[in-house]
Design a protein around this ligand. Structure first.
Ligand SMILES: [Zn+2]
Length: 189
């Protein structure tokens, strides 16, 4: 039985064929009524649950302007993001946000509070975004970044943001931390 592409249409990498425990062939099977079909090993019966990935990001300012980086990798190549990335197993959300700022734009941040948690139907990624304060380092495009710069609050590149979560978190940050209203963005990402 082939793996049904419609389960994770945006994530072809999740079309696993073989059991990670024994190497047996996986097949889609209804394990529990009312739940999606699961990948089950035909040899050892291991159920390969596909969990969402969790990412951490941090929004912070330099001289009153928000720091964004332009991505040097796909998805979203050439588009703007604040520092962020997938959390490593065993790492806290906060540690990951701080690490990503260090790795991607070469600065040290301290976290101030949560901006929000972002998830979207059909997208198996949960993004947790903190507000941060710049406490050290020197801004420089590093890992996976083409360019880094800061944007005035009224001059954010709304049309050139890489992901819905970036747009939504920046909007919440402006509202909650800056007392500003973000512009209406109609474009769907
Ligand atoms: Zn197996």
């Amino acid at each position: 039985m082939s793996v049904n592409r419609s389960i994770h249409p945006r994530f072809p990498g999740w079309e696993y064929q073989f059991c990670p425990k024994c190497g047996g062939k996986l097949e889609l099977r209804q394990v529990k009524r009312g739940e999606p079909e699961r990948l089950v090993c035909t040899a050892c019966q291991f159920i390969f649950f596909l969990d969402p990935k969790v990412a951490a990001g941090v929004i912070f300012k330099l001289d009153g302007k928000i720091v964004l980086a332009r991505r040097a990798i796909d998805p979203g190549y050439g588009m703007w993001v604040f520092p962020g990335g997938f959390i490593d197993p065993g790492e806290t959300v906060e540690e990951a946000a701080i690490r990503e700022a260090r790795e991607e734009v070469n600065v040290e941040v301290e976290l101030q509070g949560l901006v929000g948690v972002y998830s979207y139907s059909g997208v198996p990624i949960v993004v947790i975004v903190h507000a941060g304060e710049l406490v050290g380092g020197e801004l420089r495009a590093a890992d996976e970044c083409l360019e880094v710069r800061s944007f005035a609050l009224d001059d954010l590149p709304w049309e050139d943001l890489a992901f819905s979560s970036i747009r939504d978190a920046l909007g919440d940050y402006l509202r909650r931390y800056m007392g500003k209203t973000p512009p209406e963005i109609k474009e769907e990402f």
